[in-house]
Design a binder for this molecule. Structure first.
Ligand code: NAD
Length: 500
């Protein structure tokens, strides 16, 4: 895998004595700080080392972004849209290598990574379409003025993303930021640095081949640790909006840093989403949905359906079927085409998940299936594998029922009626997503409306689109991404009064 990664980095032009881990002002640049070593999540072996960017490169990136943004806003809105679409040609022919790069470093099944590359394209196409549709409005003010309101960009925005879906979160935030007329400085997770750099580079190169492309400095990717490079970004005086995707702990630090400078933030944080199964649901579909809800991406998904709430009369049946289904999931090396679930991404995550399962058992929970390393893995799979796990005998106050595990661990709890289901579902500090499974349409809507969650699915789980707003309540954060709401996070309404 080490050689494989070296070949991929070389293919994208990132290979050097110190990998070129940043994209600043239209150029690949090596970091200058502390060495950061990436570990292969599947084998536990060292993959490659690169250097933390640090405050110096954040300074360069923000200066480049100011210039890039100035150039970008001189273009007409339709020209910006055309250039965003043209930039996408840069990805053509590189999709498979990008997917491979993501798979090796993030430890995600190659199938999932290919799908993620498709999402990158989808998000840029969607927001390119918004460029020339951001109409303002005229307000019939009670004076002789003409008053109009239009949406102006912030200028340079700072973005920070996590390791679980690096390409997705990168495109998810870059596309609306530039469609709204901003330049961006984005810091990916130090654990998954490269794919964002490659995407930025390919987009910039792609546009140039067609007409004029994205201006240099419009998109800058700077890699390093949260406490060094991340903090330098959030504290930088040029940044006038912060968008953060990650854990509630770090999110609080970002919001505090923003507050010190009176810079607003969007926080897309974690979840402990409830998946509510009523006895009148189509149970085959509910079981399949519940399985995908928690075990896709090995549970390392912010919207993971990690709490399954089941009406008592079908509790036994649903949990038994779910445990059998969990045992059928093909866990294996990310590079294997047959793999449906890979390892956890890093040691810290692996240790956290292991500790939380042990603590749950100590508190009285029972492992119905999983809870340990899966059997039958290939010899080289020494990495961070945990089998799909289902826990029962869980009570709502246990840590495992309250805190995000961010691993393939499902807790199942029974309820007796609709009111109790809603109460249990809302009994956490999180509020990202939830689902209701029932054939009673009126009840499904009634329950959905009472869930404190930014996204609710009915007889489905994880349907998601760049067109529909996404975000949380409570510890899941605030602000919205995707759709028009996501675009509006990147602009400020300006009210202009003209004496007539
Ligand atoms: P994390 O909070 O540890 O790290 C996220 C990012 O923040 C990384 O780039 C990190 O370097 C940076 N960071 C950390 N401390 C910082 C600081 N003081 N200043 C600036 N930057 C700092 O999260 P993670 O472990 O990478 O990701 C997992 C978490 O992300 C989970 O909680 C998951 O639910 C959440 N997540 C949420 C969404 C969503 O859309 N709501 C999507 C994906 C992941």
């Amino acid at each position: 895998a080490c050689d494989h990664l070296a070949a991929l980095l070389k293919g994208f032009g990132l290979a050097a004595s110190t990998p070129l881990s940043n994209w600043i002002d239209g150029r690949l640049v090596a970091g200058e700080g502390e060495e950061i070593t990436l570990i292969n999540p599947a084998t536990g072996e060292a993959l490659v080392s690169y250097r933390d960017a640090g405050a110096g490169l954040i300074e360069r990136a923000t200066q480049a972004a100011v210039r890039g943004q100035r150039e970008w806003v001189t273009l007409t809105a339709s020209e910006r849209g055309r250039r965003m679409n043209a930039a996408l040609r840069g990805l053509e022919g590189h999709e498979e290598a990008l997917a491979q790069l993501e798979s090796v470093v993030a430890g995600k099944p190659i199938r999932d990574c290919r799908a993620e590359v498709g999402k990158v394209r989808e998000m840029f196409e969607y927001y390119a379409g918004w460029c020339d549709k951001q109409h303002g409005e005229v307000i019939p003010v009670p004076t002789s003025h003409l008053n109009y309101v239009h949406h102006v960009p912030y200028g340079v925005v700072g973005q920070i993303t996590p390791w679980n879906a690096p390409m997705f979160t990168c495109a998810w935030q870059l596309a609306p930021a530039i469609a709204a007329g901003n330049a961006a400085v984005l810091k990916p997770s130090e654990l998954t640095p490269f794919t964002s750099v490659v995407i930025a580079k390919l987009l910039e190169e792609g546009g140039k081949g067609v007409s004029q492309g994205l201006p240099k400095g419009l998109i800058n990717i700077v890699n390093g640790l949260g406490k060094t490079t991340g903090a330098a970004l959030t504290d930088h005086p040029t940044i006038s909006k912060l968008v953060f995707v990650g854990s509630p702990q770090s999110g609080r630090m970002i919001a505090e840093a923003g507050a010190r400078r009176l810079v607003p933030s969007v926080l897309e944080l974690g979840g402990k989403s409830a998946n509510i199964v009523f006895a009148d649901a189509k149970l085959d579909e509910a079981v399949a949905g519940a399985q995908a809800a928690i075990f896709a991406a090995a549970g390392q998904s912010c919207v993971a359906g990690s709490r399954l709430l089941i009406e008592r009369s079908v509790f036994e049946q649903v949990t038994t079927r779910l445990a059998r289904a969990a045992e059928q999931i093909a866990v294996g090396l990310p590079s294997d085409e047959a793999t449906r679930m890979g390892p956890l991404q890093n040691r810290r995550q692996f240790e956290q998940v292991t500790r939380m399962i042990e603590a749950a058992e100590a508190a009285g929970a029972r492992v119905l299936t999983g809870g340990k390393r899966p059997e039958g893995l290939p010899d080289e799979a020494h990495g961070y594998f945990i089998a799909p796990t289902v826990l029962v005998d869980v009570t709502p106050e246990m840590e495992i029922a309250q805190q995000e595990v961010f691993g393939p661990v499902l807790v199942a709890m029974a309820f007796d009626d609709e009111a109790q289901a809603i109460q249990l579902a809302n009994e956490t500090r999180f509020g990202l997503a939830g689902a209701v499974w029932s054939q009673d349409v009126a009840r499904a809507h009634r329950v959905a409306g009472q869930l404190r969650a930014g996204t609710v699915w009915i007889n489905s789980y994880k349907a998601i689109s760049v067109m529909s707003p996404f975000g949380g309540f409570g510890d899941s954060g605030f602000g919205r991404s995707s759709g028009l709401d996501g675009l509006r996070e990147y602009t400020v309404p300006q009210s202009v009064w003209v004496e007539t």
